[in-house]
Design a protein. Structure first.
Lengths: 367, 78
């Protein structure tokens, strides 16, 4: 079934997303009227590397001006990539000095381990998964170094008990995303994140060995990002395809962990969307499994909430039906009455907010 | 030093945040630097690739390497 989102992708972006995969490549011409939209989408979805490679290979045909504009975006993005990797090294030093246990995930990990040419896979921030026992230590290490946290924790220990994580910003306005979980809401809150710390792969950045999630862990995070991450359209699906069709990671391990987290529907959705968006004809047992997987109605509603990029609180409320009853009041309180500045003003509206939250949660889907 | 080199573009970043972008054949010099620290060897290879006089190439490569050393992206002792 074609989704509305799927139909929006320009053929050139799909061709870029397919470039280098073991599938038949199709020639696509970027017309003059589509050029600026393609350049814009390639920029925002960080596809300029794949698109340049596809142009160089003749899979995507564009006029010289368009090709040069895309190449210029790629070069700017490569500068961003080394700046981010430099930040990753600084982050690693701070976390190691504090004794935290962590793994690099997403951008640099995928670029260096899963793509034959790391220059193709672009990224704009550092993503680090922190072991549950190290969460407070890790956040403390980075804030002690003067890095700020623009979005404060909702309430004390919310991150540790329920949250996805925290974004820390350096004085140069560079961002490090610390992940306590892979998602907020029903698919994240039940995750036992120690599962992705059982083993690790490594990459070398600036002469330093950096631990990264192992293959099944990278696939699991890529699936969460593809199904729940929202803004990354083609690239996040390319990562899923790359891990399955090129890296050949053990997807059965990924599925087993997802099953323990009761998040198999996330993996299944990500894999099905990957085949749909990239128009893959190649068979794969993981795709066979994903097609056969039955997603419950409540899970489907939750997936749609994330896919349509609904606001944070709506996404967070999808956790209510799956939280133990004794944890629900604290969860709702954190969403309705966060800590921090302006608390007195917020309290005035707290009773009404709480009522809104409860009303919304009832509509967010019972299991 | 962190770096990315693609045809026609080289970007380098130091751990202190300093960065340097070089357009043109600098990326080839960087790649060859990974295989050889000899100015002569790098110049000879590039001269052969481009059919250019070795002396001319050696001058340009020497300028580039001098800058990379001065800016702390390359150790002078290799």
């Amino acid at each position: 079934m074609l989704t509305a989102e799927r139909r929006c992708f320009a053929p050139a972006l799909v061709a870029a997303g397919r470039h280098g995969l073991p599938v038949e490549q199709r020639a696509v011409v970027v017309g003059e009227s589509a050029a600026s939209a393609v350049i814009g989408a390639a920029t925002s979805d960080r596809l300029a590397g794949f698109l340049t490679a596809a142009i160089d290979a003749g899979t995507v045909v564009a006029d010289d001006e368009t090709a040069q504009a895309i190449r210029a975006v790629w070069h700017e993005s490569l500068l961003a990539a080394v700046v981010v990797e430099s930040l990753a090294v600084r982050t690693a030093t701070l976390l190691d000095d504090a004794g935290a246990v962590w793994r690099i995930t997403k951008g640099p990990a995928l670029a260096h381990l899963d793509y034959p040419d790391p220059n193709l896979r672009l990224f704009g921030d550092v993503d680090v998964v922190v072991h549950p026992r190290s969460w407070e230590v890790a956040v403390g290490a980075l804030t002690s170094a003067g890095w700020s946290r623009p979005a404060a924790e909702l309430r004390g220990r919310f991150d540790q008990r329920f949250g996805k994580g925290a974004t820390l910003t350096t004085s140069e306005h560079l961002e490090v995303d610390l992940h306590r979980r892979f998602a907020i809401g029903r698919f994240g809150v039940r995750a036992e994140m120690t599962d992705v710390f059982v083993s690790a792969d490594t990459i070398e950045l600036g002469g330093r060995q950096m631990p990264v999630l192992d293959g099944p862990g990278r696939l699991l995070h890529a699936c969460f990002h593809a199904a729940l991450g929202g803004f990354s359209r083609v690239r996040s699906r390319r990562d899923v395809a790359q891990l399955l069709l090129v890296s050949g990671v053990d997807w059965r391990v990924t599925r087993r962990v997802a099953a323990r987290w009761r998040a198999e529907s996330v993996v299944a959705r990500a894999v099905r969307d990957t085949w749909d968006v990239l128009e893959l004809e190649t068979g794969h047992p993981c795709h066979d499994w994903a097609r056969a997987w039955r997603t419950s109605a409540a899970e489907e509603r939750a997936l749609q909430l994330f896919a349509s990029e609904r606001p944070f609180r709506e996404q967070a409320l999808t956790a209510i039906p799956v939280l133990p009853a004794h944890r629900v009041p604290a969860y709702l309180l954190a969403l309705a009455v966060p800590d921090g500045s302006g608390i007195r003003q917020r309290v005035r509206h707290a009773r009404r907010s709480m009522a809104d939250v409860i009303r919304s949660s009832l509509g967010a889907g019972q299991a | 030093v962190l770096w990315r080199a693609v045809p026609g573009f080289l970007v380098l970043a130091r751990s202190d945040g300093a960065r340097l972008c070089i357009e043109g054949p600098g990326s080839e010099v960087w790649e060859l630097l990974g295989q050889s620290t000899s100015l002569e060897a790098i110049s000879a290879e590039l001269a052969a690739r481009y059919g250019a006089p070795v002396e001319e190439v050696r001058h340009d490569v020497g300028d580039l390497l001098g800058r990379l050393v001065d800016d702390g992206y390359v150790d002078a002792d290799g």
